[in-house]
Design a protein around this ligand. Structure first.
Ligand code: SAM
Length: 221
């Protein structure tokens, strides 16, 4: 049975790759990537020559079966996503669930921890982070209202992800549902144009530039 490494990679700044992550990606037989072209840039930067294969949200059952077969064959495999920690709002989580379901404690799943947009923002948010709730991406249409109501009712700091196309819409919705609460919005964290906005949703909405990747932390009442 193989060693199956879940390797966190940078969320923007390639310098955030850990030594252990580099060594692991060098040593394994295969790297499963959300998008092989995205991961290639990272591998080229660190001169890692390991073979890659894609595993993404549209991968079929046959792909999962093929991966299970490789695990049975004792191939050492690493899983990476486009950025950050696999499984945190990306397709890696489903694969790990499938493998643990199939192999239980026979498979050695080894996390190689590192960056994630959730923890990066929380650490600089100035909001209570001893306990927090991560709610992922708001739904686009169905369930959106319910999502924001649930978010507003939480007893701990809430963290969500949002895409550049919807950031202003989401800040608008936050402004109406949690008007006076403090939020922190991380844009392009660890990258050249990294910005963290602090204040009410209404204030932040007037400052945010639409381009980039966003993560939002929302304080309790
Ligand atoms: N697994 C990743 C992690 O651990 O952060 C998250 C994957 S999710 C598909 C991608 C989302 O994470 C983006 O749409 C954005 O909301 C957030 N994100 C990723 N990188 C970011 C960055 N550098 N700055 C702000 N948000 C980021």
């Amino acid at each position: 049975m193989s060693d199956f490494f879940i390797v966190a990679t940078p969320i923007g700044n390639l310098g955030d790759m850990s030594e252990r992550a580099i060594a692991t990606l060098r040593d394994v037989d295969l790297i499963l990537c959300e998008d092989t072209r995205v991961t290639k840039k990272l591998l080229d930067y660190y001169s890692i020559k390991t073979r890659t294969q894609s595993y993404h949200q549209h991968s079929k059952i046959s792909k999962i079966d093929q991966i299970k077969e490789m695990v049975r064959d004792g191939k050492n495999i690493a899983l990476v996503s486009d950025a950050g920690t696999p499984g945190i709002s990306d397709p890696g989580g489903k694969l790990v669930q499938e493998l643990v379901k199939e192999f239980g404690d026979e498979i050695k799943t080894i996390p190689i921890p590192g960056p994630s947009a959730v923890t990066a923002l929380l650490s600089a948010s100035g909001l209570p982070s001893d306990k927090f709730i991560f709610m992922g991406f708001p739904p686009h249409k169905k369930g959106r209202q319910k999502f924001f109501k649930e978010l507003a009712d939480q007893k701990y700091t809430v963290v969500i992800y949002e895409s550049p196309h919807r950031i202003l819409k989401t800040l608008d919705e936050l402004a109406s549902i949690i008007a006076n609460r403090q939020i922190a919005v991380g844009r392009e964290l660890t990258k050249k144009f990294e910005t963290i906005y602090y204040g009410t949703a209404d204030k932040v909405k007037n400052q945010v530039k639409e381009k980039g990747e966003f993560v939002i932390a929302i304080s309790i009442k």
